[in-house]
Design a protein around this ligand. Structure first.
Ligand code: XUL
Length: 510
């Protein structure tokens, strides 16, 4: 097939939607052939999700429906088959998914738990403490697995299930992450986990990229046989199951191990070496970058995960991302255009007033009790609150990512809100860095297609370097550069310190 265009499918099962992208590669040049997005709430109202989450009276509990994710995957492959792109050219498929969420299956492949706890859940504080104590403390767990115990991480979630429903746990033969669960559906067999997504479980030894038996024992009895195998990210794990041929006429394309959405976004924004960071403004806001070697945060804030390139990645995650921006926009009955106009017409630094937008319990910093806090700001001050939510998110991100040790001079921006240049201007000013946009908005989904290409080429004994894989579709748009404004930079240098001090004070008072 040399010289003929090769086609790759990327998928992204995120909190609120499933996305797909088909790329074509001819003579080393890549182009987007087709893409689609399927929002869960609107497409599958029968599951009753709101923003992709099942309603819960307890603000700490956040679960979703794995059956809905499977239905979305089925329908999306039908759309791919009907896309008009010649499917005989489909060489490989990869995907990514929201991280940490877990799916529980019996030996017959049926759900032993109808719901899947997802990354927004923060109901496992007790289990985090128990696991940390059993392995010798938070610092030991962080050093070994890349993160201290986090409530949304899969280990604490498994422990909670085991304690609440020991019979259900005992009857569970396999515990998948969302990524390996959906990859299994493509394979028609049990899929392994990639070492990137497996890093978000508090169960894997980051150095060996194998399960750490002490953490497994601390989590729940007989856990190791229930966990999938861990493989390097760039692994071909099999081919598309024959039933996809009979249902949709899809060929036995290679399946490349799925990973977490944040790892995939690194590739989809061209970050295949260290030195820069990607800021993703999605349901979660995240800041991440490649690390040549693992440097775990001594303060216990961020995480170190395996990266798709075989390196490590540092990441800091904020729960109050796009939903917090939407809450402020909706509270003042604004459209996004009005939100942007307000950002443009208000002064950098917001006259020294700020907000802590903890609408939901926050991951970074650790805020278990939700509640928005304002300093010097009245709740009915519309312009002040609009500016305050964006400044708060950017200052928190800048302050809490220092542990990664990256001198941030250039930011690759992605996620829905990265389309908003007024938001990016605040980012550039707070970080004192140039900010770039990308030709393809959904970098996690694009990253999946690019990972499929990269692994397929290697498996075909015709490897393509990462720098070539990302060149055409994942290079920052030079004309999109947003540059910092010197006087605003000076304002934020001071304000960031005051913001950090207030944060400490407020958390003490919670
Ligand atoms: C990462 C995290 C979130 C989810 C969002 O640790 O919890 O960014 O991956 O899908």
């Amino acid at each position: 097939m040399s010289g003929a265009p090769r086609c790759y499918l990327g998928l992204d099962s995120s909190t609120q939607s499933l996305s797909a992208i088909l790329i074509g590669v001819t003579g080393g040049h890549a182009e987007v052939l087709w893409k689609d997005v399927m929002p869960f709430d609107e497409t599958f109202p029968e599951f009753g999700t709101v923003h992709g989450v099942l309603p819960s009276a307890d603000p700490l509990v956040r679960v979703s429906s794995p059956a809905m994710w499977v239905r979305a995957l089925e329908q999306m492959l039908g759309r791919v088959a009907a896309s008009g792109v010649d499917m005989s050219r489909l060489c490989a498929i990869s995907g990514c998914a929201q991280q940490h969420g877990s799916v529980y299956l019996g030996s017959d492949g049926m759900f032993t738990r109808s719901v899947a706890p997802i990354w927004m859940d923060s109901s496992t504080r007790e289990e985090c403490a128990e696991i940390s104590a059993a392995v010798g403390g938070a610092a030991v767990l962080a050093q070994r697995t890349g993160s201290r115990a986090y409530e949304r991480f899969t280990g604490p979630q498994i422990r909670k299930f085991y304690k609440a429903d020991p019979r259900g746990y005992a009857g569970t033969a396999r515990i998948h992450l969302v990524s390996s669960f959906l990859a299994s559906h493509l394979l028609g067999a049990d899929a392994p986990l990639d070492s990137g997504d497996a890093s978000g479980m508090n169960l894997m030894d980051l150095a060996t990229q194998e399960w750490w038996p002490l953490a497994a024992d601390a989590t729940a009895p007989d856990l190791l046989p229930k966990l999938p195998r861990v493989v390097p990210s760039a692994t071909v794990i099999g081919t598309l199951a024959p039933r996809w041929k009979s249902t949709y006429g899809l060929p036995p394309a290679r399946i490349v191990a799925w990973t977490g959405d944040n790892s995939s976004s690194l590739v989809g924004t061209g970050l295949v070496s260290d030195g820069h960071v990607v800021v993703s403004l999605g349901t979660s806001d995240t800041i991440a970058g490649i690390m040549r070697e693992s440097r775990v945060d001594p303060g216990g804030i961020g995480h170190v995960f395996g990266a798709p390139t075989g390196d490590f990645m540092g990441i800091t995650v904020f729960k109050n991302g796009s939903l917090a921006r939407e809450r402020v926009r909706d509270a003042y009955a604004l459209a996004w255009a009005g939100f942007s106009e307000t950002l443009r017409s208000t002064p950098a630094g917001n006259l020294g007033r700020f907000m802590f937008p903890w609408f939901d319990p926050e991951i970074t910093p650790d805020v278990p009790e939700p509640g928005v806090r304002r300093v010097g700001l009245e709740p009915d001050d519309v312009p002040g609150n609009v500016r305050a939510v964006v400044e708060a998110q950017m200052m928190a991100m800048a302050n809490h990512s220092r542990w990664m040790g990256v001198d941030v001079r250039r930011i690759h921006a992605t996620g829905g809100a990265a389309a908003n240049r007024d938001v990016l201007q605040v980012m550039a000013n707070v970080f004192d860095a140039d900010v770039y946009q990308f030709p393809v908005g959904n970098s996690a989904c694009l990253g999946s297609a690019l990972r499929a290409w990269h692994a397929d080429a290697a498996a075909s004994s015709d490897p393509v370097p990462w720098s070539d894989v990302v060149r055409d579709l994942a290079s920052p748009l030079a004309a999109s550069r947003v540059t910092p404004d010197a006087s605003a930079v000076a304002t934020y240098a001071d304000l960031r310190k005051r913001y950090a001090e207030s944060e400490v004070r407020l958390r003490g008072a919670l």
